[in-house]
Write a protein that binds this ligand. Structure first.
Ligand code: FES
Length: 167
């Protein structure tokens, strides 16, 4: 039986080896792992170090330099709130407060039950429709605090994410 650590290591290795064109940079490997797992667990950092011939300190040095890398497993549903300049001007702060309030967290990260993870984004690419949030990669523009509450209640009530049934 494969342990969780072994499984993470294998998936990280396959993601690193699956890069096209094949590269051996620490950054490209970390990006491949983040795409596959949604975060960088210690087992994956060890695989990146092994494959690239780097030290584990080098790998963590690169990973921690870029704010986009996550080091905790993502929640089942992924909510991103844009706090870029346009969305800021268009009133995203009350939306952010509402989202954090409903999720019971005070910043980026996953809820205690692992159902939802929250990330902030500096631009979701839909500035004209700001404030913008993304739920499981679906963009929603002109979102209000009430709109955000509605969306999060749908998640809580079991509206399936796009990942459901994928494995
Ligand atoms: S600044 Fe929010 S979508 Fe661009």
């Amino acid at each position: 039986m494969t342990s969780n650590a072994e499984s993470l290591r294998n998936r990280a290795f396959q993601a690193i080896r699956g890069q096209k064109p094949e590269t051996v940079t620490v950054l490209s490997c970390l990006l491949a792992v983040e795409d596959e797992l949604g975060y960088i667990p210690p087992e994956a950092a060890e695989e990146v170090a092994r494959v690239t011939g780097s030290t584990i300190n080098d790998v963590w040095g690169v990973a921690s330099f870029y704010t986009n890398f996550q080091f905790q497993p993502p929640g089942r549903h992924r909510v991103e709130v844009c706090w870029g300049p346009t969305c800021h001007v268009k009133g995203v702060m009350p939306v952010i407060r509402q989202v954090m309030d409903i999720l019971g967290i005070d910043g980026e990260g996953a809820t205690e039950d692992g159902n939802v993870s929250l990330r902030f984004n500096t631009c979701l690419g839909a500035c004209a429709n700001g404030p913008v949030i993304s739920v499981d990669h679906h963009l929603m523009g002109r979102i209000t605090p009430d709109g955000a509450r509605h969306v999060l209640e749908e998640i809580r009530n079991g509206i399936p994410s796009e990942d459901d049934g994928a494995s």
